[in-house]
Design a protein around this ligand. Structure first.
Ligand SMILES: Nc1ncnc2c1ncn2[C@@H]1O[C@H](COP(=O)(O)OP(=O)(O)OP(=O)(O)O)[C@@H](O)[C@H]1O
Ligand SMILES: [Mg+2]
Length: 410
């Protein structure tokens, strides 16, 4: 059968390899094209056999499954790795996903779980490949004379959904045909890499900023971004928190100014605290999506932020996004609006199932679960942002107060 799923089995224990091959031998749509006893052999075989799916044991003596997956993702990106492990801990899952694995099976697993995972991963990858081709066909070109729109996703309180919104918004805008770059500006504990299943090794803001400060060619910015299968370009946060020290506020501004020359839309996932870096981003932003939830602490902080924003001349850029808007915990949207003296501009429903499932798999929900209400809400937000380009040009004429420092209004 021509379109059988081609599987490569990698495990250092011969009995496990045989057992898995026998189990899969019963499936008419799955074909085991090879078995490997080590990470090195797996890479060698995968390069020649080009499997659709690689079943990878995590614990192997010479090169473990995570290191092998990392190399495989770079050398045979069409091969989707399903990691197999006796350890089900979050750290293993996270490291596997960061290395590029698409699924994680905890041993012992049933034959049904195994085949369902293989089929699921395969159809997801096929769908992704189709979408990537469509994206390439749409030829994401940009008018070089026009600056891209900069959208900062901010909230004065952590954990309210900034990263979730920024990632899905960027992907949704790409689906609308825009050339998009997503920047993770949570430099110490950025989560964008995990949500998109990307690896920040050697390609992050921490490598880029010193490069630019050393006077290197500004076009090198593109060499530090990764391209996600959705078509968006991504500039990740450094892989470890201490590297955030290499990133200067001026460097960040410089990067954004360059990125907006290359993209139609730059979406920035900001950190939740006020500092020079954040002020630099807010200065450059055309739109500040300010995220809040129906919690009293979030509302209190938003009120304070709105006061500061007014003094700094950012008010006209702010759009309030109420996340998890349907949560019924005693505070109503009207109460929030009364309290902060301003209307909420966009609402996004709460959908723990869709959001956490997407997060754990590293596939944004606007791609994997497009029909859900939460995806529809984000798509509507993206449409409104992309469509607001003209009104932005009008707003520009209003000349906001520029160059004021955070405390200058006191
Ligand atoms: N609309 C939603 N429905 C259900 N869960 C959500 C929704 N939005 C976000 N979440 C969940 O809330 C948590 C925080 O989301 P997220 O990491 O996006 O927030 P954040 O503001 O970026 O947080 P941090 O301060 O850690 O950067 C995550 O577990 C996420 O899955
Ligand atoms: Mg975040």
């Amino acid at each position: 059968m021509a379109d059988r799923i081609q599987v490569l089995i990698v495990d250092d224990i011969p009995e496990t390899r045989d057992h898995l091959a026998k189990l899969l031998g019963f499936e008419v749509d799955i074909h085991v094209i090879g078995t490997a006893a080590s990470g090195a052999e797996a890479i060698e075989l995968a390069t020649h056999l080009l499997p659709d799916v690689v079943l990878m044991d995590i614990n192997m003596p010479d090169m473990d499954g995570i290191a092998a997956t990392e190399l495989l993702s770079a050398r045979v990106p069409s091969a989707a790795v399903v990691m197999m492990s006796v350890q089900g801990e979050a750290d293993y899952l996270r490291r596997s996903m960061l290395a590029g694995a698409r699924e994680f099976l905890v041993k012992p697993f049933s034959s049904d779980e195994l085949t369902a995972s293989i089929r699921q991963v395969y159809s997801r990858e096929k769908e992704k490949a189709g979408r990537a081709a469509a994206v390439t066909l749409a030829a994401r070109t940009k008018d070089p004379t026009e600056e891209g729109q900069v959208v900062a996703v901010f909230s004065p309180k952590g954990g309210v959904g900034r990263t979730t919104i920024a990632v899905n918004l960027a992907v949704a805008a790409a689906e609308l045909g825009k050339k998009v770059t997503l920047v993770d500006a949570s430099f110490q504990f950025g989560d964008v890499a995990v949500l998109l299943n990307l690896n920040p090794k050697d390609k992050s803001m921490a490598e880029l900023v010193p490069e630019l400060e050393a006077g290197r060619d500004p076009d090198s910015v593109e060499a530090f971004t990764l391209t996600h299968s959705s078509g968006i370009h991504v500039l990740l946060a450094p892989p470890s928190p201490e590297m955030a020290e290499l990133i200067t506020p001026a460097g960040v501004k410089h990067v954004i100014e360059i990125l907006r020359q290359h993209s139609e839309l730059v979406v920035i996932d900001c950190a939740a605290w006020f500092n020079d870096t954040l002020l630099g981003i807010l200065d450059l932003a055309d739109v500040v999506l300010t995220v809040l939830t129906l919690e009293i602490t979030s509302i209190k902080n938003i009120r304070l932020f709105l006061e500061v924003a007014e003094q700094l001349g950012y008010s006209h850029k702010i759009r309030l996004v109420l996340n998890r808007a349907d949560t019924t915990l005693g505070i109503r949207v009207a109460d929030v609006e009364n309290s902060i003296g301003r209307k909420v501009d966009h609402t996004i429903v709460s959908d723990g199932r869709a959001v956490v499932y997407a997060l754990n798999r590293g596939v944004p929900f606007v791609l994997s679960n497009r029909e859900s209400q939460v995806s529809q809400d984000v798509l509507r937000l993206a449409t409104s942002i992309v469509g607001s380009r003209e009104s932005r040009e009008e707003e520009k004429g209003k000349s906001p107060q520029k160059g004021r420092s955070l405390f200058a209004w006191r």
